[in-house]
Design a protein around this ligand. Structure first.
Ligand code: UTP
Length: 289
């Protein structure tokens, strides 16, 4: 089994639900407390053993790549001012030279199309996908849980969670076979099914470990839900040909592409911070109905 060392971060979407914030800034640069979403995703991937990163960017998104550069002038100023703690923090977060690449998706034709744009980077290797707007608060980083499951099962592994039955039309939904309460065998996948047609209420979240064969199906460029090239449709074609599992991950997921999910994430992550939790608890009491 090939080791999992590569991750693709699709960040070329338009982020229309966050306008006007996303007019000139990428949605994935929005901070939760004091760290942008993209950085949470990269740190989670590194904690899962990922060594090479590829961002699929689009127009106006170059800041996402630049975020991982070394800011010489800033660092010199911090040094001059004796801000050693901040410098140390920035140095610890720096990525090794050459570990981050980017490709362009000129038109946002869907998540499947974004992944296909990274085909040269993926080559013949297994790879992870992290959607930075899905943020998971957990003891073990979510992608690490997936990488461990991949060691056990091989093949495709996707992170899954139960969603309210009436909301299945917002997510990629699993048809499931064997289920040990943690790992489920994937028998089918449907993108955004109507609740009355949904085979279950287990939904895929934005963390995947996929085999490179998915590119063959993506290259057909078939349009699915919303007239977009859907990753779910290409993954569905691999069922029966390669092992395919869903992992009920441990942790709480926040959909930061949605306003309420984003606000919840701010509170939940701030409450984890020793320097902020007391102040946040106080103001939460103030706003209690
Ligand atoms: P979303 O559908 O949540 O993002 O895609 P969006 O289109 O940017 O947001 P809204 O719905 O208009 O508010 C999930 C992830 O996939 C990327 C997005 O950048 C996001 O990280 N994506 C989506 C692409 O890279 N390319 C696409 O064509 C579509």
């Amino acid at each position: 089994m090939k080791p999992l060392r590569k991750a693709v971060l699709p960040v070329a979407g338009l982020g229309t639900r966050f306008l006007p914030a996303t007019k000139a800034t990428a949605k994935e640069m929005l901070p939760v407390v004091d760290k942008p979403l993209i950085q949470y995703a990269v740190e989670e991937a590194r904690a899962a053993g990922i060594e090479q990163f590829c961002m699929v960017t689009g127009r106006g998104k170059i800041g996402l790549v630049e975020h991982f550069d070394i800011a010489f002038e800033l660092e010199a100023t911090l040094r001059e001012r004796g801000k050693d703690d901040v410098l140390k923090m920035l140095n610890e977060q720096a990525l090794p030279p050459g570990s981050i690449a980017s490709v362009r998706q000129q038109v946002p034709l869907g998540l499947g199309h974004a992944i296909w744009c990274a085909r040269s980077f993926i080559g013949d290797d297994p790879f992870a996908i992290l959607l930075p707007d899905d943020l998971v608060l957990s003891k073990t980083p979510c992608l690490k849980q997936l990488a461990d499951a991949y060691q056990q099962t091989g093949g495709n592994v996707v992170a899954v969670t139960e969603v309210p039955h009436e909301q299945t039309n917002r997510y990629g939904i699993l048809d499931i076979g064997r289920d040990d309460g943690r790992l489920v065998e994937v028998k089918g996948l449907v993108e955004k099914p109507d609740p009355k047609d949904a085979p279950s209420n287990l939904s895929i979240i934005g963390r995947y470990v996929l085999m490179p064969e998915v590119l063959q199906y993506l290259s057909k460029m078939e349009r699915g839900a919303g007239n977009e090239v859907q990753l779910t449709d290409a993954m569905a074609k691999m069922i029966g040909k390669t092992p395919f599992h869903g992992l009920r991950y441990e942790g709480e997921r926040f959909d930061c592409g949605d306003k309420v999910g984003y606000l919840e994430a701010q509170i939940a992550f701030a409450l984890q911070r020793p320097d902020l939790s007391d102040a946040v608890r106080k103001f939460l009491v103030k706003y209690r109905e």
